[in-house]
Design a protein around this ligand. Structure first.
Ligand code: KIV
Length: 255
């Protein structure tokens, strides 16, 4: 399937079945998650925090994303591969298109960027070149420094209306889906019901969006230093890794 067909296949899930998306940053994980049947693999800029050891996503560069995206793309996933446009790489429509083109050339089927109305022209520039775009609204991690932390969104009717207006602007510009991050359950439901493209939620509450995305380290329990309150780990790889390393060290030292 072409990237455009893959993105269209995600878009038509709205109203028919929930979308299951995971972040992914390397080749073996891409093989495993793809075999499991994940709909979307996101090479997200959460990479900076859960793989590269930065305090937030504002340190992530295009070179970082390209390096990890290329590894994921080598798995030739059936899933739609989305890559994040890192902060400061989409400040103008022209720059957004250049960055998106580099990500597409490195194996991304689609790209994702943060923000609403003020990003519409950038989305239009990218989609006009045939590269599918996913929006990202609600809490925007790339703005964590300006906003002084991670704050829940959609707490007031004004906030919900602003997210909705952003969503409509992104849809008119051609996005095929929108990630909603840390939006209250009521606002997520309202936005999901009001818009024509799928919402993919994280930290928005169960069943409030058309799909869900999880950061893979939250699912696997492999990054124990920060676990968001909404994470639902299905494994405890941090403990298992520690145990395996201890057993190996003991074995080597005994021999
Ligand atoms: O970078 C990322 O992992 C993301 C998800 C939180 C949606 O954008």
């Amino acid at each position: 399937m072409s990237p455009q067909e893959k993105a269209a296949a995600i878009a038509i899930c709205k109203g028919s079945r929930p979308i299951a998306a995971l972040t992914c940053y390397d080749y073996p994980m891409a093989c495993l998650l793809d075999t499991a049947g994940t709909d979307i693999l996101l090479v997200g800029d959460s990479l900076g925090m859960v793989v590269l050891g930065f305090p937030d996503t504002t340190h992530v560069t295009l070179a970082h994303i390209l390096h990890h995206l290329e590894a994921v793309a080598r798995a030739k996933p059936q899933a739609l591969v989305i890559a994040d446009l890192p902060i400061n790489t989409y400040d103008t429509p022209q720059q957004a298109l250049e960055t998106a083109s580099k990500l597409a050339a490195a194996g991304a089927d689609a790209v994702k960027l943060e923000g609403g109305i003020r990003q519409a022209e950038k989305v239009r520039a990218i989609t006009s070149a045939g590269i599918p775009v996913c929006g990202h609204l609600g809490m925007l991690p790339q703005r964590v420094l300006e906003e002084g932390g991670y704050h829940k969104k959609g707490k007031t009717p004004e906030q919900t209306r602003a997210i909705l207006e952003g969503a409509q602007a992104l849809i008119e510009a051609g996005v095929f889906a929108i990630v909603l991050e840390s939006v209250t359950p009521a606002a997520s439901r309202e936005i999901t019901a009001a818009i024509s493209v799928p919402t993919i939620g994280i930290g928005c509450g169960n069943g409030t969006c058309d799909g869900e995305i999880a950061v893979i380290t939250d699912l696997l329990g492999s990054f124990p230093w920060f676990v968001p309150p909404f994470a639902k780990p299905e494994a405890d790889l941090a403990t298992q890794t520690n145990d395996a390393a201890r057993k190996y060290i003991e074995r080597v030292r005994r021999s």
